[in-house]
Write a protein of this length. Structure first.
Length: 258
């Protein structure tokens, strides 16, 4: 089952659940109204305002955080491209005899990183490429350290380790960024508040003599669609909202290394 299909099914279930609870709320409201026409809706507005206020706050929070993490992931791609490009240029500062092997290692490192991103969301296949990149990075570091022995180091060649450190740090930051998501309880609360709001909305609609299907469908569809977009933003390598095309910058950088 694909991620897109799973998220779509969750959104559909939320939509259907909200419609069902709105109808249930309307039935409950109608029965209460028949028993106590004047007092059945006393205080309902306060409760509705509280629930819908919390629902709006929670949706705004989760959407904002998902959008921020999406932007941060794009920024990390830019930083990784810049860091690898800087390391590539600083190879010129090393002794000439050490440059060919380090250049070859950096090409293999970047090839593995690109392949890892291409193979996502296949986590296992991507992990193998990440391992290849780590081995290539270790080899680059070893050779760069050997080229910066005390007897051969120069102020210019000493800049290479700093560039490699930055490159490896950003690679690790990108790896950890894929694991940064809100706790599951946040999404559970979002669903609970949406369903509770639907129940209260249906209860309030009992004052009318007929169902207002337009309001019921639009309200449920709006909340379900917002929830879908939040989840899609949160996992930009799985759904319809993708971050893959930003990785082209790495491919373009790799083309300059041939």
């Amino acid at each position: 089952m694909s991620f897109t299909f799973l998220v779509l099914m969750l959104a559909v279930l939320l939509f259907v659940g909200m419609l069902a609870l709105m109808e249930a709320g309307r039935v409950m409201g109608s029965r209460s109204r028949s028993r106590d026409a004047e007092g059945s809706h006393a205080g309902v507005g306060v409760v509705e305002g509280s629930v819908f206020g919390l629902l709006g706050l929670l949706m705004a929070f989760t959407f904002s955080e998902a959008a921020n993490r999406f932007a941060d992931r794009k920024l990390l791609i830019v930083e990784e491209v810049n860091s690898i490009g800087t390391a590539w240029k600083r190879i010129d500062l090393l002794p000439s005899e050490a440059q060919p092997e380090i250049r070859d290692g950096l090409r293999r490192y970047l090839d593995a990183r690109i392949e890892a991103y291409r193979k996502l969301p296949d986590v296992k296949a991507a992990a193998e490429e990440y391992t290849r990149a780590e081995h290539a990075g270790q080899e680059i570091w070893t050779r760069a350290a050997a080229a910066n022995r005390p007897e051969t180091v120069t102020p210019a060649s000493a800049l290479m380790p700093a560039a490699l450190n930055t490159m490896f740090d950003i690679a690790e930051a990108r790896r950890l960024a894929t694991r940064m998501h809100p706790p599951l309880i946040i999404y559970v609360m979002l669903a609970v508040f949406a369903l509770a709001g639907a129940l209260l909305a249906g209860y309030g609609m009992a004052e009318g003599n007929s169902r207002n299907w337009i309001h019921m469908v639009v309200f449920s569809l709006t909340i379900a669609l917002a929830a879908y977009v939040i989840l899609d933003l949160e996992y930009p390598r799985y759904g319809l909202i993708r971050i893959d095309h930003f990785d082209r910058a790495l491919v373009e950088l790799r083309a300059t290394m041939d």
